[in-house]
Design a protein around this ligand. Structure first.
Ligand SMILES: *Cc1c(COP(=O)(O)O)cnc(C)c1O
Length: 379
């Protein structure tokens, strides 16, 4: 199987697995226990927190470990927003956000807790900055916009968005699940108050993530119980997953510039071949200002889901970008928001590249695409 679905999840890196096995065996104790074994487990969590802090340049008290990206978004939104309603009831987001953000905000909106506004997107899936400025007012208390879009790879200018938020005293939350580990994030200089990340998108285990909350920003726990994680996230820490997450971060840090360049070359090669060798295609991912790990393409007259199934039976794993269907992991409303022709919308598919992607594999994939496109267009 050739795996081109790294944006959905990644395989656990061998070094991560090794670290997790060791922690599972030796640090099984409860980090809240005061005996030596407990203190050792506590140390494993503290060291993991240090790793996160060194990577994004922040303080240990600003990191709350969660059970993944979805919970990190929930804590970053529910936990922060509800404590800061005095800043204004208006909240700005986009329809391109992940469901973890979108559905959390929609629920608060339906309950009348907040008044939700959607910023327009450009045809490339980027925040329309002039519309954003129009929406921003002193009534805006909270803004949640993603760094890299998970369907298209489009990068939003979070520096610019954050600076505008500051001017209106609005809290800025960023879902950085797709950029974390791939793009440098320096919380000392970034005008971002709250940020979410997930372990399994960067070769760590599933079920670990964190919410960064800038010192001074009010936050309350959303999962009640014990006093773990500075009393901001109750429940016995998932020590092996947290330690594995930290190992995954260490590996990303070491690989980051070179791996980014390698992926960028693969992206360009694959994109060019698709555009040159297959008729009637539309590349939906932008040409610039994008993360090369993701390539979203529409093959006219090829239903996205049928395309994915037919590629699957030929040994290639990827995702379709089509809207709400059962079984789709992160079905997209993103493509819907782009204002492109229906012919392109229903045929959008997402290839995403990662650590094990090789040029030779992409050559095979191109041949499979040709077969599938020809097959589906004949139907
Ligand atoms: C995967 C993803 C999430 C959810 O993270 P989980 O760890 O799978 O819960 C949130 N936001 C974005 C942009 C994602 O790609």
């Amino acid at each position: 199987m050739i795996y081109l679905d790294y944006s959905a999840t990644t395989p656990v890196a061998p070094e991560v697995l090794e670290r997790m096995m060791l922690v599972l065996q030796t640090n099984f104790a409860n980090p809240s226990s005061i005996h030596a074994l407990g203190r050792e487990a506590r140390l494993a969590v503290d060291m993991a927190r240090e790793e996160v802090c060194n990577f994004i340049n922040c303080r240990p008290l600003e990191i709350v470990f969660t059970a993944g990206g979805t919970e990190a978004d929930n804590l970053g939104i529910r936990g922060v927003l509800l404590e800061n309603l005095d800043r204004g009831k208006e909240v700005i987001t986009s329809r391109a956000e992940h469901k973890a953000v979108l559905n959390t905000l929609k629920q608060l909106d339906e309950r009348g807790t907040i008044s939700l506004k959607f910023v327009r997107m450009t045809a490339e899936g980027r925040i329309d900055m002039s519309h954003f400025e129009e929406l921003l007012s002193d009534e805006t208390g909270f803004v949640s916009l993603m760094h890299v879009n998970n369907e298209l790879g489009t990068i939003n200018n979070i520096e610019q968005i954050g600076s505008l938020c500051r001017r209106h005293n609005a809290i800025f939350h960023v879902d950085a699940v797709q950029s974390f580990g791939k793009l440098a994030l320096d919380m000392e200089t970034l005008p971002v108050d709250v940020l979410s990340a997930s372990s399994h998108k960067i070769y760590g285990p599933k079920g670990a993530g964190f919410t960064y909350v800038r010192k001074g920003i009010k936050i309350a726990k959303i999962i009640d119980g014990g006093h773990q994680e500075f009393d901001l996230r109750a429940g016995t820490e998932n020590v092996p997953a947290i330690a594995g997450f930290a190992k995954a971060i260490e590996l990303c840090k070491g690989a980051m510039p070179a791996e980014g360049e390698r992926i960028a070359e693969l992206h360009t090669y694959f994109r060019n071949r698709i555009e040159n060798e297959i008729d009637d295609v539309r590349v939906n991912s932008p040409q610039s200002g994008n993360l090369p790990n993701i390539l979203n393409v529409s093959f006219a007259a090829c239903d996205g889901e049928s395309f994915v199934m037919n590629m699957d039976s030929r040994g290639v794993a990827l995702s379709s970008g089509s809207a709400c269907t059962t079984g789709s992991i992160e079905s997209s409303t993103v493509i819907e928001t782009l204002g492109i022709d229906e012919k392109w919308r229903e045929s959008a598919v997402r290839f995403s590249f990662g650590r094990n992607t090789k040029k030779e594999d992409l050559d095979i994939v191109i041949e499979k695409i040709k077969e599938v496109v020809q097959f589906l267009r004949k139907l």
